[in-house]
Design a protein. Structure first.
Length: 312
């Protein structure tokens, strides 16, 4: 996967979080309407007709707000789950967040069914199961957010994930958590590199390659010493005797995979390359690391080792 796909995943989660914030606001407005407009007006009204009209108007307003809030909330959860699935496809260990959203949705459905069937005895256990699934889903979702904060080294997202977990105690904590997550994901979006469509396609060999020497004659080697910076970017120079394509890059001894490489297609001669590995805070400053490159040389795959010094 490429940097653009990873960026799309973060954007999808962020937009879903915004929907959840809007849902919480609508629910809060509904509660205010219930406590102020409906109850107080009904109690102070001088006539029974006026009291009844006020209550009906309040209930209609609440129903509209609840319907709008539920729809927005469901759309938000679906977008969050889609974002987690995209990040999971880029080998980010956040699949637990998508699982949490799925359990939340199933739990909500069972809670609605159980509430509707509460008049019958069977509705009570269905409602109970729905509540349990929703609580588990909320916890897993919070863990998923926390892992995003760890991967991209954003404290706001980690704190927000913890508050989302604690929202099983009070919805206010979840509301604050979603706000922190939204702000933190904005920082992730601004830090992730943008990949152009042309760069996205360069992961595939050119359809009409230029005439090259025989595959056996292709040589690729590092020139000088590479550098790995604290922001996750590695810079190094490769010399090649023919046009080749970088397929993937990973740091030896870790699970770090490059999500962005530029350029992908190397021309004969020296090529200055930049690769993005994300959060590398667990690496040791001053240590020399080996980047394993998989290179497509006219249909034949080559493994090239590149040394870089971690200089935060």
């Amino acid at each position: 996967m490429n940097g653009q796909t990873e960026l799309e995943g973060i954007k999808s989660i962020r937009s879903g979080v915004l929907f959840e914030i809007i849902t919480a606001l609508l629910v809060g407005i509904g509660i205010i309407i219930l406590l102020t407009s409906g109850v107080l007006t009904a109690g102070l009204s001088g006539s029974a007709v006026g009291a009844f009209s006020s209550i009906v108007g309040t209930l209609i307003g609440l129903i509209v707000l609840i319907i709008i809030g539920v729809v927005i909330g469901i759309v938000g959860l679906l977008r969050i789950r889609s974002g987690f699935n995209i990040l999971k496809a880029t080998r980010r260990d956040v699949g637990i967040g998508g699982t949490g959203v799925t359990l939340l949705l199933v739990g909500y459905i069972l809670m609605v069914i159980g509430a509707l069937l509460a008049i019958v005895f069977i509705g009570i256990p269905i409602l109970f199961i729905g509540v349990i699934l929703a609580v588990i889903g909320q916890i897993l979702l919070g863990i998923g957010f926390y892992r995003i904060g760890e991967i991209y080294n954003v404290g706001l997202v980690k704190v927000g994930g913890i508050l989302v977990i604690l929202s099983i105690l009070t919805d206010l904590l979840g509301f604050i958590g979603y706000i922190l997550i939204y702000v933190g994901l904005g920082r992730v979006v601004s830090n992730l590199p943008m990949a152009t469509p042309a760069q996205m396609q360069t992961y595939y060999p050119p359809l009409t390659p230029m005439p090259q020497p025989s595959t056996q004659a292709v040589q690729v080697s590092q020139v000088g010493q590479g550098v790995l910076r604290g922001d996750g970017y590695a810079q190094f120079t490769l010399y090649t005797t023919a046009q080749v394509t970088i397929v993937s890059a990973s740091i030896e001894g870790t699970n770090l995979q490059a999500t962005y490489i530029n350029p992908i297609i190397l021309q004969p001669g020296n090529n200055n390359i930049m690769a993005y590995f994300g959060n590398i805070s667990n690496l040791t400053p001053g240590t020399t690391y080996i980047i394993n490159l998989t290179i497509n040389a006219q249909g034949n795959m080559m493994n090239i080792k590149v040394s870089v010094v971690y200089q935060p």
